[in-house]
Design a binder for this molecule. Structure first.
Ligand SMILES: *Cc1c(COP(=O)(O)O)cnc(C)c1O
Length: 338
């Protein structure tokens, strides 16, 4: 019942991704509470498996995580050094000259890393900015220099090669560990691996790592089942009307729990031991209705996320990506860690 999270599958996926980039150290990206799955538990298990480098988005996430990890774990903060932040025990990834000067003034001698923009135009220093502080920044001894790929989930996309070339050009002659690849970049091959890889979604069972072991199962308790006659409708807005006599089950979760309203009559199903029961009518805040006529009995629970309908299938039905399905899973589920 509830949200089952297979920690050993996360560890196995991390190991599999690490082994695809044998020349690099494998970090683990645990931002947004480990993509909604619980950063403390996930990071502790990955530490146990040998991970020593972790990435979060915000200093506040890093401070929470610090309490779950031994001293020798390095917790890197992707947003860098914003004003007024407590970065003690953390490694900010500095994204601009402004962040660099702020950080060096306030945290002299403390570890830091640098991010360069190789074409995504989201975070990191551009070539001219980087050139202006390069000597001073290198003299200060960054832990690593990184950049991020915008299109790594599309292997044929020309941006991959151009970002790789830009990153190489900007880091030429830097005797510092380099990092470019997230999950998608690991799959692009060894040119993209450098010294440190940063897998996230692949560890959590999502595309583009198609060989990932599934991590999440979401089982929802059935509250009530009823017979609906032809011509009767189901749910808000009466968007679905029965054309024949059917049985409708109502389960206890809805869009407040990350079951997107866009899944209403989208083709997505709830599963009973591997058998699909189409979601019918609107997804409401706390409830979802599904047609269980094809089943012999009434199950105690129905699965939204399972081997037959993994996160990326659910995402397709909802018009989004697996990342958003995971990070939207709410706090109301009973969570079980396997
Ligand atoms: C989120 C993120 C990652 C992890 O990306 P995945 O696609 O989930 O593997 C790595 N690096 C940076 C900079 C990120 O923002």
């Amino acid at each position: 019942m509830g949200l089952q999270i297979d920690i050993q599958a996360i560890v196995a996926n991390w190991r599999a991704l690490a082994s695809m980039a044998p020349t690099a150290r494998a970090a683990a990206v645990v931002k947004a509470d480990a993509y909604g799955l619980g950063a403390g538990r996930v990071a502790a298990a990955l530490y146990e498996a040998g991970a020593r480098d972790f990435f979060v988005a915000l200093a506040r996430e890093g401070q929470v995580l610090r309490g779950h990890l031994p001293e020798d774990a390095r917790i890197n903060v992707l947003s860098g050094h914003m004003e007024g932040q407590d970065l003690s025990g953390l490694v900010p990834v500095l994204n601009s000259t402004e962040q660099f000067f702020r950080d060096r003034a306030m945290r002299p001698g403390q570890p830091f890393a640098l991010q360069l923009d190789s074409g995504m135009n989201r975070l990191g220093m551009e070539a001219a900015e980087w050139a202006s502080i390069r000597d001073e920044a290198l003299a200060a001894g960054p832990a690593f220099i990184m950049s991020h790929l915008a299109c790594a989930d599309e292997p044929e996309h020309p941006a991959n090669a151009s970002q790789l070339a830009a990153f190489r050009a900007m880091t030429e002659g830097c005797d510092v560990p380099l990092s470019l690849a997230a999950t998608g970049g690991i799959l692009l091959g060894k040119d993209y691996h450098f010294d440190l890889v940063r897998p996230g979604i692949g560890m959590y069972g999502g595309l583009p790592f198609a060989q990932a072991r599934p991590v999440v199962r979401l089982s929802l308790p059935v509250i009530q089942t009823r017979v609906v006659e032809p011509g009767e409708f189901v749910g808000y807005g009466s968007t679905w009307t029965a054309t024949e006599r059917c049985r409708i089950a109502t389960v206890a979760a809805g869009y407040a729990d990350g079951i997107f309203r866009a899944l209403s009559s989208s083709g997505a199903s709830l599963y009973a031991d591997g058998r699909p029961c189409p979601i019918v009518g609107r997804v409401s805040m706390d409830l979802v209705t599904a047609d269980v006529s094809a089943l012999d009995g009434v199950p105690a629970e129905l699965d939204l996320i399972c081997d037959e309908q993994p996160i990326d299938r659910v995402a397709d039905y909802a018009g989004t990506i697996g990342y958003e399905i995971l990070t939207s899973l709410g706090q109301r589920y009973e969570r079980t860690y396997l």
